[in-house]
Design a protein around this ligand. Structure first.
Ligand code: DLL
Length: 443
């Protein structure tokens, strides 16, 4: 396998007219689309009509993108209250498909799409695949699940728009995944980063690394760290890229990082991003972390105004070294609801991942956090998989390793942690989104 080359990278921009637009041109395009979408939802969606009346804002008050903060927010609870089709802005007969969240938290959230919505979605994913250096000559092996979850079909639509060959493997059966990758000569693969690591280790163990033609990995749907990216890249000698999205806005393809890995480029002509201080709802300055909020600018079936994603990030409006001018959001630290408050300290699973990967090869970055309450005190236990070579070592050495991990985690997180070392491969591998935290506190 060989990494993607940087040669002629600047030529690999799918839609330079949009992706390299000046900020004034982009603002003009966004303003035009915002005025239009606000009018559409006011006229066709009862929920927005009422909400705008309550907020005291009329479509005529929205004249440019700068007026966006006059608009009301939309939350996941609003989507649930209007489940399934209460937020449709077009006749139901013009809906061509419905996608949904992976359903890890609460009731299913669905998102209907018109024919044009599906086309825009495919086009956005095609821009992302181009960012990863893919062309129509590539063969994309998709091991995201196909179904209501947007991962499989989203990558599929993108590869189709690009003209690349798609292998719609869907998730599961790692041995078969490896066999098909080799037989059909896949040059790129797409799956969650946690499954990518598992697959990479399996490829290495099977001695297949040099027999595969993979050059790029496209990973997202869950938070992952730069350290994790480098780990997968080093095992497979490829480049990995971070793709972001959510079914309510348009599955994967909302944003993606380029070869410079300096944040994820948002397809901001279709999805207008704001990063807000969750306590005050004021806009954060560039570089400041806050909640990501999206307004869909071109969506027909279910346009959303100022949708609160609960994802935490910061924004950078400067031009990227790749030549794109689209705003970049930083790699995600997590979601507001992933964050655990443990004895008053905010803890994210990604902090554990970074700390474990900083230790070199002794531990594998497969981990699980368990939060309990004992005698009214929060107790955080981190289960860590020990590397095969360490596990056969004597108990004394394992005790020393456990103490070392506990000390590193305490410094990284700011709270004491109980570390439990477990056998290699004993933490459950997931083919979809990894479950990293079990909270037994019933808060
Ligand atoms: O996870 C869409 C997707 C599929 C994205 C495949 C990328 C690749 P949902 O199931 O609706 O959609 O979950 C959306 O997943 O709000 C984030 O919390 C999280 N998420 C998605 N991509 C990333 C990422 C898909 N690259 C929720 N980094 C979002 C961190 C991500 N978190």
């Amino acid at each position: 396998m060989a990494a993607v080359s940087l040669e002629n990278w600047e030529e690999r921009i799918r839609d330079p007219k949009v992706e390299c637009m000046s900020s004034d041109e982009m603002a003009a395009l966004q303003s035009k689309r915002l005025v239009d979408v606000v009018k559409r939802v006011y006229d066709h969606v009862d929920f927005y009509h009422k909400k705008m009346k309550e907020t005291g804002v009329e479509p005529g008050d929205i004249r440019s993108i700068e007026d966006i903060n006059k608009l009301p927010f939309t939350t996941k609870e609003d989507l649930r209250a209007n489940y399934p089709f209460g937020l449709l802005a077009i006749p139901q007969s013009d809906v061509v498909r419905v996608q949904g969240t992976s359903g890890t938290t609460g009731k299913l959230t669905i998102a209907p799409y018109s024919q044009k919505d599906v086309e825009v979605w495919g086009e956005c994913v095609a821009r992302c695949l181009t960012m990863a250096g893919l062309t129509k000559d590539d063969i994309l092996h998709v091991c995201y699940g196909y179904g209501l979850f947007t991962g499989g079909l989203g990558l599929d639509f993108g590869a189709r728009a690009l003209g690349a060959m798609t292998i719609p493997m869907s998730a599961g059966n790692t041995k078969r995944q490896m066999m098909v990758m080799e037989d059909l000569g896949a040059t790129a693969f797409a799956c969650t980063p946690s499954y990518a690591l598992y697959l990479a280790e399996s490829i290495q163990e099977a001695g297949l690394t040099d027999r595969l033609k993979i050059r790029a990995g496209i990973h997202g749907a869950e938070p992952w760290t730069e350290e994790m990216r480098k780990k997968i890249e080093n095992i497979l000698h490829i480049n990995c890229f971070d793709i972001y999205g959510l079914c309510e806005i348009t599955g994967p393809g909302v944003a993606m990082d380029c070869i410079h890995h300096a944040g994820l480029h948002v397809n901001a002509d279709h999805f207008y991003p704001e990063v807000l201080n969750p306590a005050t709802n004021e806009a954060c300055a560039d570089g400041e972390t806050g909640e990501l909020v999206f307004t869909t600018l071109s969506k027909e079936a279910m346009p959303l105004l100022r949708y609160r994603t609960k994802d935490l990030t910061s924004i950078d409006h400067s031009r990227c070294a790749c030549g794109r001018t689209t705003p970049r959001i930083s790699k995600f630290t997590g979601r507001t609801d992933d964050m655990k408050v443990i004895r008053g300290v905010n803890v994210f699973p990604t902090q554990v991942e970074t700390a474990l990967l900083s230790m070199g090869g002794a531990v594998a970055p497969h981990y699980m956090m368990i939060v309990d309450r004992e005698d009214n005190l929060d107790v955080l236990t981190v289960m860590v998989e020990v590397d095969e070579s360490m596990f056969s070592d004597e108990i004394r050495k394992l005790d020393a390793l456990r103490d070392k991990i506990a000390a590193i985690l305490k410094t990284a997180l700011g709270v004491s942690v109980r570390v439990k070392l477990v056998e290699p491969k004993s933490i459950q591998r997931s083919e979809g989104k990894a479950v990293r935290v079990i909270d037994n506190r019933n808060l």
